[in-house]
Write a new protein. Structure first.
Length: 451
């Protein structure tokens, strides 16, 4: 079986020479067999091996005995051992809750030791159980593809093997392990599938059921990978991405088929989530209705503060719409960065008062300025006196006249002298600050990076 694991590792490029592998070992048969085999292969495959044990503390003294078993085995085999004890959990804690706590501990390892890979002992039985759990919930193809062989820094070297194969190998090689009695609790869905459904399937279809399932699911993974690759190319072609936002043309999105639109939307939302996001059917239907019927400027609210705004010809995603950038102070001779732009201010000498035709550069009369100036984005109620006009105008009305949509206006910097708007950067100077023959002090304001 060791050679099967070695072949699986090589075929999937899970471990390459000089890798640093941290095996996540609970003390159960799956992880102890994985540890035994990785320890045997570490010289053959040329990688470093150490061990992490997460003590959930939910089974009183039993949890500590699990830790002791793993620690003793590591000591006997000269392996570096780490342990992390969790607090605040009990036998009623859900599988998802405990899993999240484990992976938070794993993430700490990854932060402390950049570049390491964490090996987990998921088996083909885990894969089968996960498939049925997701099938019952109505998961889409991505979910039914199951537990990936690798994801980011996590690898699953024994994913192609059944639990029965691991039990048999442990007995043949005198590998110690402990049984977690909570795995017999059929109140938990996974345990009911394990102890009631799977044995019936094996009884009906025979032992070859595992291999048939593995092959079918691998075909599903392969087909989905082709589809996902094509969609990624479309996503890269259609979207414009910045640090906190993403935009695409409405017409391009609407030309896609419904499955393509759904996958495209998953990609948009995944930009703001650490893992690949899969939108629920009801959510997707609501979004489709929003795209079809919402007027310009309307918003669609996702979970965790993610917002989609429908513009005249595009759709915009952001997690920063309601997170105001604090006002910035600007002194002569300085440059401030706000959003995607840089705003600079410098004194102009008497012989250098040539007016620049660039919309991103303005000369202003500095006689009434009180330093520092303030640079910020638009706020409701803002008004100014557009150059050439003697009456004030709301900045929001000015944006409408300039055909600037409701989302784009939030990206345009404003330069203020106390409460007065001096310049809507790149668009219009305030008439009160135009230069005249009487101006004693002149400044040049410039914006770079506007797009």
């Amino acid at each position: 079986m060791i050679e099967k694991i070695a072949t699986f590792i090589k075929d999937n490029s899970l471990i390459v020479p000089n890798d640093k592998i941290v095996a996540a070992v609970s003390g159960g048969v799956d992880s102890m067999v994985m540890l035994f085999c990785l320890n045997f292969l570490k010289e053959q495959l040329n990688f470093d091996l150490s061990v992490i044990h997460i003590n959930h503390g939910v089974r009183m003294g039993d949890s500590d005995e699990d830790e002791k078993l793993v620690q003793d085995w590591c000591k006997e085999n000269a392996l570096e051992f780490y342990s992390k004890k969790l607090n605040g959990y009990n036998l009623n804690s859900s599988e998802d809750m405990l899993r999240k706590a484990r992976y938070e501990a794993f993430d700490q390892i990854l932060l402390k030791y950049p570049g390491v890979k964490i090996a987990t002992a998921h088996t083909l039985d885990d894969q089968l159980e996960t498939f049925f759990m997701r099938l019952a919930k109505g998961s889409k193809i991505k979910g039914l593809c199951g537990i990936p062989v690798y994801r980011d820094a996590f690898i699953r070297p024994v994913l192609s093997l059944t639990k029965w194969q691991l039990y048999q190998f442990a007995q043949e090689n005198n590998i110690p392990f402990r049984e977690d009695y909570t795995n017999q609790d059929t109140k938990k869905l996974r345990n009911r599938i394990r102890h009631q459904l799977v044995p019936k399937l094996i009884e009906i279809f025979g032992e070859n059921f595992y291999e048939g399932f593995r092959q079918s699911q691998q075909d599903m993974v392969d087909v989905y990978a082709v589809f996902a690759g094509l969609m990624q190319n479309l996503f890269n072609e259609y979207t414009i991405e910045n640090e906190h936002d993403l935009e695409f043309e409405l017409q391009s999105y609407q030309a896609l088929s419904a499955p393509q639109r759904r996958q495209f939307l998953n990609g948009c939302i995944s930009k703001f989530y650490p893992l690949n996001f899969q939108i629920r059917s009801t959510y997707f239907e609501q979004f489709e209705n929003f795209i079809k019927n919402a007027s310009t400027g309307k918003q669609f609210q996702f979970d965790n503060g993610l917002i989609c705004v429908k513009n005249r010809s595009s759709v915009f995603f952001t997690d920063q719409l309601n997170k105001l950038t604090p006002p910035l102070e600007l002194y002569p001779g300085q440059v401030v960065c706000i959003g995607r732009n840089k705003i600079s201010l410098k004194t102009v000498e008497d012989d250098d008062r040539t007016i620049n035709n660039s919309k991103n550069c303005e000369l202003i009369c500095g006689d009434k300025l009180k330093m520092p100036l303030t640079v910020r984005f638009w706020q409701a109620g803002d008004f100014f006196y557009p150059l050439g006009m003697k009456r004030k105008q709301k900045v929001s009305d000015f944006f409408i006249n300039q055909k600037i949509d409701r989302l784009e206006k939030r990206k345009i910097p404003l330069v203020l002298n106390q409460s007065d708007i001096v310049w809507i950067a790149g668009l219009r100077l305030d008439d009160r600050y135009r230069i005249t023959k009487e101006c004693k002090i002149v400044y040049k304001m410039k914006m770079d990076g506007n797009n």
